[in-house]
Every structure is written in C-alpha cells, then in structure tokens.
Design a protein around this ligand. Sequence first.
Ligand code: NAI
Ligand code: 15L
Length: 266
Amino acid sequence: MKMKRILITGAAGQLGTILRETLKPHAEELRLSDITEITDLGPNESFVPCDIADGEAVKSLVEGCDGVVHLGGISVEKNFDLIEAANLRGVYNLYEAARLYGQPRIIFASSNHTIGYYRQEQRLKHTDPFKPDGLYGVSKIFGEAVASLYHDKFGQESALVRIGSCTPKPENWRMLSTWISPRDFTSLIMAAFTAPRLGCTVVWGQSANDMGWWDNSHAAFLGWVPQDNSQDYAEEIRRTVPRPGPEDSVAKYQGGVFTDEPIHQS
Ligand code: NAI
Ligand code: 15L
C-alpha cells in the first residue's frame, strides 16, 4: 500500500537521513521537518522547518498527513532544559496536533534507554518495569505514557518502538544484541502503518539477532518479521573491535555507556 503523505520529524538526523531513502517508495510524499534545514530535496519530498517545542507550528505540520514517524528531539543524554523542550513538550505537541488533525498513526522513536539499567544477562518483555539510564531515557518513558493516554482517551494508534541501535551494520560488541538494520526498521514502520489494528503497541526495535535481549512475541500480530541478524557481522566485530572488560558499563548494562553519564547541569 502506498501512503499519501508521511511526516518525518527529525528528518535531518541520522535515522531521518536513512529513512528518507527507504520510505521513499512507500509514500506519494514525504513531508520532512527539522530545526536544521534540509536542502537536497528529492521529487517527492517537501521540507517544513519546525521546532517541535512550538505547539502551533506542530499543528500545521501534522495537518494533511496520514502517518507520522516521530524522530525529532534530543537523542542522547543532555541537561533537563533541552530534554524538556524537545522531548517532553515536543511529544505532547505532536499528540495534541494528531488529535486535532485526523489521528494519523504515529511511530514514536522510543529507546532502549528506557530500560538501560537492566543487566545484559536479563531477558526482557515489554511489560517489565522501566529502568531508565538517564533523563533522556526518562523522556522516552514520558513519550510512551503520552501515547498510552491518547490511545485510551481518544483512540490514537501508535507504535512505541524501543529502538536498540540503528546503523547500516553493527559497530561494536553491544550492538550484536541491540542492532536493528535500516531494512528491518523500515519494514517495521510500514507494518505498523498498514496492520489492520495497531493499538498502542510497544515493539523492541531489533533485528533477528541471535544475541538479542528482548522478546517481541506480543507484537507478532503486526506481521513484522525482521530479516537481518547481527550474527552475520559477529566474526568481523571479534576481529576488529577490542572486547570490553566484564566490568565496563558497555558490557554490563543494556544501556551501555549511557549509564556512565552524569545529570548534566548545562
Ligand atoms: P539525531 O540526533 O541524529 O536526530 C534527531 C534530529 O532531531 C536532529 O536532526 C535534530 O536537529 C532534530 N531536533 C532536535 N531538537 C529538535 C526540535 N526541538 N524540533 C525539531 N527537531 C529537533 O538522532 P537519530 O539517531 O537520528 O535518532 C532519531 C530518533 O530515534 C531520536 O528520537 C532518538 O532518540 C531515537 N533513537 C535513535 C536510536 C539510534 O540508533 N539512532 C536508538 C534509539 C532511539
Ligand atoms: C539511543 O537512544 C541513541 O539515540 C542512539 O544515538 C544510540 O546511542 C542508541 O540509543 C544506542 O543505545 O546504541
């Protein structure tokens, strides 16, 4: 199914740049938005500059879209003021705009940092309690909570994708567990947009990794079957990337080095 207009917030970022290419065949138009200008627009792309913290601007952004991929915001640990504006206010603004303009399905880029303080030996279900590893992780939990509220109150459908690490290929030992390929992330987005029912569903954003930590069986009804497996790169990682010590945070906690971050004051 080809969608009419998909909005990608945060389209100038790392994932936005990947998804512009991979989502292109799936929509008549990609409406790209970011605080950073995008100038290399393709024929089916338009750019609308918008600070997601500006509620009125977000309304115009969402109007006329039949699906939203919400990537925009702070993507690493930062001070609370920055996170509050982009990730807390931003996600509220998006859900308010969606409520007013036809409730397009929303793919919310949540994160593994909602559960980053779990040890790597643990295997998680989506119902396990949160264990954020920083204020960034807390902001993603807030986003998931807003999505849940708007589902129960207004019927807004969302996929809450707790993305592991989305890169062209796994880059380190931890990513042998957390990796999601761009191809699998794209097919997940399209499964969430096209499934007969989406509801408000948490999905672990991971490829079919032999060394994965997270159980997606509850989301099988979406019909999403990831095709890639980090195992295909395991030998290369073993050869080229030094193995971290067992007490290094990157080998201990699911959130890796994010657990080493302070509470930033500025
Ligand atoms: P990124 O930092 O490269 O891109 C985020 C984009 O959001 C940037 O282009 C930035 O200009 C934009 N942005 C920041 N503040 C904004 C604001 N107030 N209004 C509008 N746009 C704003 O991050 P990346 O890696 O592309 O990640 C995209 C999303 O996916 C983020 O929400 C991130 O938290 C989430 N995520 C990404 C993972 C990954 O593996 N790359 C893993 C887990 C979650
Ligand atoms: C995230 O949430 C970040 O946005 C991304 O930059 C990566 O650090 C990723 O998690 C990860 O945990 O690898």
